[in-house]
Design a protein around this ligand. Structure first.
Ligand code: NAI
Ligand code: MG
Length: 504
């Protein structure tokens, strides 16, 4: 399966001791986490977990297959229907989320280190991810007891009201680029609203979620409320998407798999679907900017998290009058990024997540060259055993070129000229995606006009990749359905019941 080795789980223990490159030592759980216990998979299968910065296997984890998903769903359903969870006052759910946030604070170094080990991301960025998780849990902890219905005054002889009820067992399928942050974005609102969860981490990065399982238990979540099942998409993921007892599925990942999730929901029980998919987001620089400041943001926009970001500013558009200056400054800035060992505190860009992803990115660079792109900088790997790619800027790219239209999901961006607002709106909106976008200008009028006309779920003005738990995030077009974060996400995890009482 796509570069990840399946192995026997028959003699695999349920945990192992890991010593990280930065000296941090901890006990890594390896089992499936169901009903607050670590267990082996029914098929006694496991798969290898690789460190992308060395290319070496770290350990193996037990693999969930369809039969294990059934067991996890039954546990989650029991917790939802009959367990202590079903009677817990909403405020208590908030207290549990806050306890989980406390435990993330206490374990910040271990959590960030596991992310760097398993995903390859720079440790300084991994710490930011954990801070984002903590912010997300605390934000939704605050919502738990503020999710109310309404009273509707319809006539003098009726009493009508609505309730916002939880949906039930939620299947959550997350990707490998932000293993814990995506976990938090999914768990936070699902739990605040009173649902129970079967979570499948990405097969490339299962370790941090399994460590968090121990914190979930320690925080005091009742058994079955949060279940974590490591496994492959085509097997465990597919079983979640088709499951008849899962009432809602939330997915973050590729647009292609997003389509199959939606189809699976339609072909099974019409479970509610939210999708956070790919992007090819425009990052637009007008000629009135302070060039150094704008270049900081276009650099951060594409090279943050090694370019493995759904919202990455992968298409940079620069107004013609400053184009040459911006290209020169951006090239210099990109070459100054420190790429390499994720555990080095100075590193900004670590390894790509896997050999598959690394090869996919390098292939895209070749495709771009074949289409006539000029490599302004980068365009090749670092000389290393790990999966490192130099920050890459491609110019001379046409609108229809594949590198301008398709998500590369690596440290590669295109840069192109525009003349005026009409021109850049046409270019900016010229893909099927619509996740994010940005405009850099000193003019308030330009900023607002461009923000109004861009077809994207987020517009950043004079910044990029700036997130907050209170701010909704999601896609227009083929970038997805529904919004994560903010009050918006509560809609994904509740359903409205109308009660109409005849008083006559
Ligand atoms: P993917 O979409 O295959 O994987 C994401 C998650 O979906 C993983 O947990 C995977 O196990 C699961 N999955 C895969 N097939 C499934 C299926 N048939 N049913 C249910 N679940 C399934 O993404 P992949 O292959 O790892 O990366 C490919 C491309 O996807 C990337 O190059 C990037 O363009 C895009 N991507 C976008 C992300 C985002 O944040 N929007 C995150 C990860 C990837
Ligand atoms: Mg890994």
């Amino acid at each position: 399966m796509a570069g990840i080795e399946q192995v026997s789980g028959a003699n695999l223990p349920l945990s192992t001791h890991i010593k990280l490159p930065n000296g941090v030592e901890y006990e890594q759980p390896l089992g499936l986490f169901i009903n607050n216990e670590f267990v082996t998979g029914k098929a006694s299968s496991a798969f290898e977990v690789t460190s992308p910065s060395s290319g070496k296997v770290i350990c193996s984890v037990h693999e969930a297959q369809a039969a294990d998903i059934d067991i996890a769903v039954d546990a989650a359903e029991r917790a939802f229907e009959e367990g202590p969870w079903s009677k817990l006052p909403p405020a208590e759910r908030g207290i549990l989320l806050n306890k989980l946030a406390d435990l993330f604070e206490e374990n910040l170094t271990i959590l960030a280190s596991i992310e760097s080990l398993d995903n390859g991301k720079a440790i300084q960025l991994a710490r930011g991810d954990i801070a984002g998780c903590i912010g997300c849990f605390r934000y939704y902890a605050g919502w738990a007891d503020k999710i109310h219905g309404k009273v509707m005054d319809v006539s003098s002889d009726t009493f009508c009201y609505t309730k916002q009820e939880p949906i039930g067992v939620c299947g959550q399928i997350i990707p490998w680029n932000f293993p814990l942050l995506m976990f938090a974005w999914k768990i936070g609102p699902a739990i605040a609203c009173g649902n129970t969860v079967v979570m499948k981490p990405a097969e490339q990065t299962p370790l941090s979620a399994l460590f968090v399982a121990t914190l979930i238990k320690e925080a005091g979540f009742p058994p079955g409320v949060i279940n974590i099942v490591s496994g492959f998409g085509r097997d465990a993921g597919n079983a979640i998407a088709y499951h008849m007892k899962i009432k809602k599925v939330a997915f973050t990942g590729s647009t292609m798999v997003g389509r199959t999730i939606m189809k699976a929901a339609a072909e099974s029980n019409l479970k509610k679907v939210t999708l956070e998919l790919g992007g090819k987001s425009p990052n637009i620089v007008f000629d009135d900017v302070d060039i150094d400041r704008a270049v900081e943001w276009i650099n951060f926009g594409i090279f943050y998290n090694s370019g493995e970001v759904c919202s990455a500013g992968s298409r940079v558009y620069v107004q013609e009058g400053v184009y040459d200056k911006v290209v020169a400054a951006f090239k210099k800035r990109a070459e100054a990024n420190i790429v390499g060992n994720p555990f080095d505190e100075k590193t900004f860009q670590g390894a790509q997540v896997s050999k598959v992803q690394y090869e996919r990115i390098l292939k895209y660079i070749e495709i771009g060259k074949g289409e006539g792109a000029k490599v302004e900088t980068g365009g090749e790997p670092l000389d290393s055993d790990g999966y490192f790619i130099k920050p890459t800027i491609l110019s001379n790219v046409k609108m229809d070129d594949r590198v301008m239209q398709e998500e590369i999901f690596g440290p590669v961006c295109t840069i192109a000229k525009f003349t005026d607002i009409d021109d850049v709106i046409k270019k900016g909106n010229g893909t099927n995606y619509g996740l994010a976008s940005a405009v850099h200008t000193k003019s308030l009028n330009t900023a607002i006009e461009v923000s109004n006309r861009l077809k994207a779920g987020t517009v950043w003005v004079n910044c990029y990749n700036s997130f907050h738990a209170a701010l909704p995030f999601g896609g227009y077009g083929e970038s997805g359905i529904g919004r994560e974060l903010g009050k918006e996400a509560l809609k994904n995890y509740t359903q409205v019941k109308t009660v109409n009482i005849n008083l006559a």
